[in-house]
Design a binder for this molecule. Structure first.
Ligand code: NAD
Ligand code: UDP
Ligand code: UDP
Length: 319
């Protein structure tokens, strides 16, 4: 299988968690990969193994500034994704989503490249419809601490569809639900990395609120396969399309799974629920099943085992 053979593919945010896995898979699929990253949350270590590959190129660049390169396809992933990171400099977060999208769309327009946007389930906000389907418009606070991310991503979707309508650009919009796996940032505050690191260290596991809020967790390899299928889908299919694993768990269930799989003695402690924390989240992936013939294959226990192995190595200094 070499779906990207000979294609020049730009991955923005390519040194991040999802981006580094995407670059790796694109190289396997025969692409000539240009990875662009400003290393805000990404890390050279994530792509260390790729640096010697003859078809891999790394460029340190901030997508809020124009970028002139010649490529055939663009995956636009640049944007901090965890609440701790995107709330660190909220103005820069909005700029990255909005100015970054304008620049990458301007680039795609000039070179007539196909372009995919890494959007998010956060466009649904704290959803009043469950599970979330793509035709749900969402329930988003425009002025809260999560808004820089949620509204930035919503505006980016608007820009993608306007460039399509106005300039006939070939666009694809993926709405990504919580994804986890090796190379998650150990300190990014996301629930899977927090729980695994806490369990491995024997520290108390911090459950926010009463732990009954739910999320649906997709293993990274499944997500990357979704990206590749979306990019290869027919030009009439633009999305937005939900990509995620419909298996839904409460945070308390996740905490006990992590304790069990690590064999940890950690206790569970409760901490306050962050502002605007969505109560529930589960993707309806009917559209992805139908149009991309895609669905996740890695169950939570298996994905957690692989993630635990990774963090075990990170904590013991091997990675
Ligand atoms: P990440 O923080 O690991 O990766 C983001 C990458 O973008 C990092 O390498 C960072 O340095 C880079 N970046 C940030 N601002 C930049 C800028 N201005 N110019 C260039 N590079 C910049 O996060 P991730 O989990 O890999 O997320 C990748 C994309 O997927 C993001 O757009 C995110 O919003 C989206 N997403 C992720 C999830 C998830 O669960 N991981 C869920 C929904 C959406
Ligand atoms: N742009 C870019 N690379 C390119 C072409 C454009 O970064 O190869 C940027 C450019 O700086 C511009 C933005 O993309 O600000 C939007 O481009 P577009 O052509 O849509 O708009 P205009 O140039 O007319 O503002
Ligand atoms: N969460 C938690 N303990 C933690 C980190 C997060 O209970 O140490 C909760 C958080 O309040 C949210 C869920 O886990 O309800 C998922 O949080 P995350 O930041 O991973 O993703 P998002 O809220 O963006 O879906």
């Amino acid at each position: 299988m070499s779906r990207f053979s000979g294609k020049r593919v730009l991955v923005t945010g390519g040194a991040g968690f999802l981006g580094s896995h995407l670059c790796e898979h694109l190289l396997i699929e025969g692409a000539d990969v240009l990875c662009v990253d400003n290393f805000f949350t990404g890390n050279k270590r994530n792509i260390l193994a790729l640096l010697d590959h003859p078809f891999f190129e790394l460029l340190r660049h901030d997508v809020t500034f124009p970028l002139y390169v010649e490529v055939d396809e663009i995956f636009n992933l640049a944007c901090p994704a965890s609440p701790i990171h995107y709330q660190f400099d909220p103005v820069q977060t909005t700029k990255t989503s909005v100015h970054g999208a304008i620049n990458m769309l301007g680039l795609a327009k000039r070179v007539r490249a196909k372009i995919m946007q890494a959007s998010t389930s956060e466009v649904y906000g704290d959803p009043q419809v469950h599970p979330q389907r793509e035709d749900y418009w969402g329930h988003v606070n425009p002025i809260g601490p999560r808004s820089c991310y949620d509204e930035g991503k919503r505006c980016a979707e608007t820009l993608f569809f306007d460039y399509h309508r106005q300039h006939r650009l070939r666009i694809k919009v993926a709405r990504i639900f919580n994804t986890y796996g090796p190379r998650m940032h150990p300190n990014d505050g996301r629930v899977v990395s927090n729980f695994v690191v806490q369990a491995l260290r024997g520290d108390p596991i911090t459950v926010y609120g009463d732990g009954t809020q739910t999320r649906s967790f997709c293993y990274v390899d499944d997500m990357v396969e979704g990206f590749l299928r979306l990019m290869c889908s027919g030009d009439d299919f633009l999305g937005p399309v939900n990509l995620g694993n419909p298996g839904e768990f409460t945070m308390l269930e996740l905490a006990s799974k992590v304790v069990e799989l690590t064999g940890s003695r950690s206790s569970i402690v409760f901490a306050p629920l962050p502002t605007d924390d969505p109560r529930q989240r589960q993707p309806d992936i009917g559209l992805a099943r139908e149009r991309l013939d895609w669905q996740p294959t890695v169950v939570l226990d298996e994905g957690l085992r692989r993630t635990i192995d990774y963090f075990d190595q990170v904590l013991s200094g091997e990675k």
